[in-house]
Design a protein around this ligand. Structure first.
Ligand SMILES: [Zn+2]
Length: 194
């Protein structure tokens, strides 16, 4: 059962096709749609908020069209900037992986790059052991830290053992909450697939 359990986690490929970073960036950086909503109730203040991936700016009716556009641009920029700040970065993920390698793997796993991936819809993580690259599904952004850590340690262990052998599990299971993370991810997979 160990192998079946692990395959839910990921698949190890010697040569995972490297996704185009350019298209990934383009996808992430596409500006959101901004909708300007006129409110009769709102007399003075202008407010903006996210509705999913869209920004909605609510303006009082008295405001001219030109002014609405100016305020909408200004408030959208602020909202986008604050979301950028909150977005987990690849750099932070790499730093976390290096930290986990030190704590659990005697710093033997040395990833060359660790990145969030928006292309991984069926796996939580993947690695290319020859190149030392690790990718973690962006769907895990916002998951509890121990879950992200467990997937990172799993992939880090793959840099040392590319299979799901006993030797691999000995390394991966040094992370104490590996099993909790498995249960969490199984629950998420179940919810996504049902
Ligand atoms: Zn694995």
């Amino acid at each position: 059962m160990e192998a079946a359990q692990a395959s839910l986690f990921d698949e190890v490929a010697a040569d995972v096709p490297v996704e185009s970073d350019a298209s990934r960036e383009a996808q992430l950086d596409a500006p959101p749609t901004v909708e300007i909503r006129v409110s009769d109730r709102r007399r003075k203040t202008i407010a903006a908020h996210w509705e999913g991936d869209r920004i909605v700016v609510v303006v009082p009716r008295r405001l001219s069209k030109a002014d609405r556009k100016i305020y909408a641009d200004e408030l959208s920029k602020k909202l986008i900037a604050s979301r950028e700040k909150q977005r987990p970065t690849d750099e932070a993920l790499h730093t976390r992986a290096v930290h986990l390698s030190r704590v659990y793997l005697k710093n033997q796993a040395k990833p060359s790059s660790v990145q969030w991936s928006t292309r991984q819809n069926s796996r939580w993580g993947s690695c290319t052991s020859a190149e030392g690259t690790i990718r973690i599904s962006a769907r895990l952004q916002g998951a509890p830290q121990y879950v992200i850590d467990a997937v990172l340690v799993h992939e880090l262990a793959h840099l040392l053992h590319s299979d799901h052998s006993a030797a691999f599990h000995e390394l991966a299971n040094r992370f104490p909450r590996q099993r909790d993370a498995d249960l969490f991810l199984r629950g998420v997979s179940f919810a996504l697939n049902s």
